[in-house]
Design a protein around this ligand. Structure first.
Ligand SMILES: [Zn+2]
Length: 392
C-alpha cells in the first residue's frame, strides 16, 4: 500500500502492476530497452551514443527529453530510430515491447510507429510493417496480452496518403488505425486531408496527435476536418473551459463537443509535463477533465524517454490526486471502450479480464486493515471528491 500526503491509502506500484491495464498511446521508437539501444548500436557501428554504458545512455536519452518543448523532446528519437533499420532489429524491438508491456500488467495495447522512419537501411514500407507485426506476435505469445499496431505518418513530411494505404492494407494482419505525429505547430492536420479521407472511405480508424504542442485550432481541425475518433493528448482542450469564481466549470463549444461525443483523450501525464504541454503533474488538466467526465485515458507516450511505465503513471496520479482503484478501473474501461479493436473483442476483454481483475484488486485492498482516519482506495467514489487543502 502507498499512503498519499493527503492521508488517503491507495495502491502500491506492485498492486497497480498486477491489475489489468490498457494502453492506447505508446510509441515503439520511444520504448526501447536501453540495453537494446546500446547493443544494436554496437552491431551496426552507430557512433552517436555518448557511451556503451547502459545506465548512462538511458539517463542521456531521458535528459534530452526533459527540456520543456515538444520539438526538443522529439530530438532524442533520432538515436532510437537509427538502430531500428533492419528487419531483425524491428522484430526484436517489437517483441521486447510486447514483453515489457505484458510484464507491466497490460492486457491490451495499441503501439504506434512511423514506417517511413525505418526505410533508411533499404527496407520497404511493407517489410517494416511485417517485421514489427512479427515482433508483436512473438512477444505477446502466451503472455496474456493483445498488441495491435497503429501506423503513424509524420505530419512534417508528405507521405501520409501512402502510410494511410499501408495501414489499410494490413488491417486484417494486426494494424488497427492511422495516426499523424511530429512537430505540431506549423503542421496542421488539415495538410493531410487526402490521407484522412482515404482512411474514412475505407471505414478504418483515425487518431491524431493534437492539442499537445499546439492549441484548440489543432484539436478542432483534427476532429472536424480530419475525422479523428481519438485525440493524441488533447491536453489543450482545457483552453476551452472556464472556471468561475465559485469553481463552476463552463465549457465552450469545442470542449462541449468533445465531451458530448465521448471523444477519447489519450493523455500522457509525465510526457505532457516534459514537453511543456502541462506545467506540472499537480496542475495537469487530467484531474479537471476526469472530474468533468471527459473520456480520459492514461498512457505512457514514450516509456524510455519519459522514464515511465503505465503502472508508474497510475501511481503518479494516485500520489498527486489520491486516485484509487475505482479511478484506475474507470480509466482502464474508458481506454478499452476507446480501442480500435472490434466491439466484440473490446467487450470480451472488459467483461472477462478487466472487471474481474479490478474486483480482485479491490477485494485485496479492502482486506488490508485500515488505519483510523484513512480510507481504502477500494471505497473511494470514482473521482467525486471535492478539492481540499493545498492540492489544486
Ligand atoms: Zn505521442
Amino acid at each position: 500500500m502507498l499512503v498519499c500526503d493527503n492521508g488517503r491509502v491507495t495502491a502500491s506500484i506492485e498492486e497497480i502492476r498486477a491489475a489489468p491495464k490498457v494502453l492506447l498511446h505508446d510509441h515503439l521508437d520511444g520504448g526501447l530497452r536501453p540495453a537494446t539501444v546500446v547493443e544494436l548500436a554496437g552491431e551496426i557501428g552507430y557512433g552517436k551514443l555518448p557511451s556503451r554504458d547502459v545506465d548512462e545512455v538511458a539517463r542521456w536519452l531521458r535528459r534530452g527529453a526533459h527540456r520543456g518543448h515538444l520539438n526538443l523532446y522529439l530530438d532524442a528519437f533520432q538515436h532510437t530510430v537509427a538502430v531500428m533499420q533492419t528487419r531483425e532489429a524491428l522484430t526484436r524491438v517489437a517483441a521486447e515491447c510486447a514483453e515489457d508491456l505484458a510484464a507491466d500488467g497490460i492486457v491490451y495495447a495499441e503501439v504506434r510507429f512511423a514506417p517511413e522512419l525505418h526505410v533508411a537501411g533499404g527496407l520497404s514500407l511493407d517489410e517494416v510493417v511485417r517485421a514489427v507485426l512479427e515482433g508483436f506476435r512473438i512477444g505477446s505469445a502466451g503472455r496474456g496480452i493483445t498488441v495491435y499496431a497503429l501506423l503513424t505518418a509524420m505530419r512534417t513530411a508528405a507521405r501520409s496518403l501512402e502510410i494511410a494505404e499501408l495501414a489499410v492494407r494490413y488491417r486484417d494482419a494486426g494494424v488497427v488505425g492511422f495516426d499523424i505525429a511530429g512537430a505540431e505547430a506549423g503542421s496542421p492536420p488539415s495538410r493531410h486531408l487526402d490521407a484522412f479521407q482515404y482512411v474514412a472511405r475505407e471505414n478504418f480508424h483515425i487518431t491524431i496527435h493534437a492539442g499537445e504542442g499546439f492549441g484548440l485550432r489543432s484539436i478542432w481541425e483534427a476532429l472536424q476536418w480530419c475525422g479523428a475518433e481519438r485525440l493524441g493528448h488533447g491536453v489543450r482542450i482545457v483552453d476551452d473551459i472556464q472556471i468561475g469564481p465559485d469553481g463552476t466549470a463552463s465549457l465552450g463549444r469545442l470542449a462541449s463537443y468533445v465531451r458530448d461525443r465521448r471523444t477519447p483523450l489519450e493523455m500522457c501525464p509525465s510526457s505532457n509535463v516534459q514537453t511543456g504541454a502541462a506545467p506540472s503533474i499537480e496542475e495537469h488538466p487530467i484531474r479537471l477533465l476526469r472530474q468533468l467526465s471527459f473520456r480520459v485515458t492514461v498512457n505512457t507516450d514514450n516509456r524510455l524517454m519519459s522514464g515511465v511505465t503505465l503502472s508508474s503513471e497510475f501511481a503518479t496520479l494516485a500520489e498527486a490526486f489520491g486516485y484509487g482503484w475505482r479511478d484506475f478501473e474507470w480509466l482502464t474501461i474508458n481506454a478499452m471502450k476507446s480501442a480500435f479493436a472490434h466491439f466484440d473483442e473490446r467487450l470480451r476483454i472488459i467483461d472477462t479480464v478487466i472487471k474481474p481483475g479490478f474486483a480482485t484488486a479491490r477485494a485485496a485492498s479492502d482486506a488490508v486493515v485500515r488505519a483510523p482516519g484513512r480510507r481504502s482506495a477500494g471505497t473511494e467514489a470514482a473521482g467525486e471528491w471535492t478539492p481540499t487543502g493545498t492540492r489544486p
